[in-house]
Design a protein. Structure first.
Length: 86
């Protein structure tokens, strides 16, 4: 892994905060090397209402270690499939 955990965390936080919503917030639970692929860091978040009540979680955001880019699980799968088709 070339990214430090702190940088992966920063990228994941930037990703989830780019479309902030006043009705809910995402609380970071942790950042670990992904079990899906060692190419990714896995950042897990809990979705909470503005009052602090948990409504969903965990939400997984992956950070590509090579691209230094955060993405949703759906985006990562799509990118993997597109790369595989090349």
């Amino acid at each position: 892994m070339k990214l430090l955990r702190e940088r992966a965390e920063q990228l994941a936080l930037e990703y989830v905060n780019k479309d902030k919503n006043e009705n809910f917030k995402l609380v970071l639970l942790g950042v670990e090397v992904s079990n899906i692929s060692p190419q990714y860091w896995a950042a897990t978040f809990e979705v909470r209402t503005s009052e602090g009540h948990s409504i969903e979680g965990p939400l997984l955001i992956l950070v590509d270690d090579d691209l230094e880019k955060a993405m949703s699980l759906d985006e990562a799968v799509g990118a993997h499939l597109a790369y595989k088709d090349m």
